[in-house]
Design a protein around this ligand. Structure first.
Ligand code: ADP
Ligand code: MG
Ligand code: MG
Length: 212
């Protein structure tokens, strides 16, 4: 059994940094089509800063998932400009509030995903169908809740990640009504929402960090 503890949370964040770096151009290209072309740059900058803070031995204790996620939140808020910095920062901050324990079971993963999604919506006020990262988070929450009925922590995580990927893909035909892409109106249809894509990548990295 894989344990979703502070070491897992660190692996999750280091893998996210590597994945965001690798996807920098892909995310930026999506944002070039329907935004201002900086989402890949924003994510790469933010998660590179997270990885370098994790490399710094002097940085605060990280004995719980919550401590790691709090460090992620403050780093993203201070290094990522634009909409996504405060949104992801709030997501990780709210997730930190419910992960103050040695390791997470299935219900613990549900709580993490629910709190992160709630952080995004409390900050950005978007609803499913607005063509934002909420279109990845909302199905992730539903899938996690369903999987928790009998599923272990990794199964819950895997269900959330799969649903986020499907949710991101489903943003392609949507017309954006929140964020910069909404300025394009109907012309925002035909491109996947960059933030929904980065959300799916983050949850995929969480699964990969669990070795599953
Ligand atoms: P900016 O739009 O300021 O340049 P980014 O390009 O980094 O910031 O992030 C854009 C992403 O932020 C969008 O693809 C969308 O997923 C997300 N986003 C924008 N506004 C909102 C909102 N109100 N609620 C949820 N997500 C949003
Ligand atoms: Mg942008
Ligand atoms: Mg911008």
């Amino acid at each position: 059994m894989v344990t979703l503890d502070a070491a897992w949370a660190e692996r999750w964040m280091r893998r996210s940094a590597a994945d965001m770096h690798a996807a920098r151009e892909e995310l930026t290209e999506l944002d070039r089509r329907i935004g201002d072309g900086d989402h890949g740059v924003n994510m790469d900058r933010g998660f590179a800063a997270v990885a370098s803070r994790l490399d710094d031995e002097a940085v605060p204790p990280r004995e719980t998932v919550a401590q790691v996620l709090r460090l992620v939140a403050t780093t993203l808020m201070s290094t990522v400009g634009g909409a996504s910095g405060p949104l992801y920062g709030t997501a990780f901050l709210h997730a930190a509030r419910v992960t103050n324990r040695a390791d997470l079971d299935g219900a613990g993963v549900v709580a993490l995903v629910e709190a992160a999604a709630e952080g995004i919506t409390s900050r950005g006020r978007a609803v499913p169908g607005d063509k934002t990262m909420v279109d990845a988070w909302a199905p992730a929450v539903e899938a996690a809740e369903r999987a928790a009925d009998g599923g272990d922590a990794v199964e819950v995580l895997r269900a959330a990640a799969a649903a986020a990927a499907d949710g991101a893909a489903a943003t392609v035909p949507m017309i954006a009504t929140k964020g910069r892409a909404s300025y394009l109106g109907p012309r925002s249809a035909g491109t996947e929402d960059p933030g929904a894509r980065s959300t799916a990548m983050l949850l995929a990295a969480a699964v990969a960090a669990a070795g599953a």
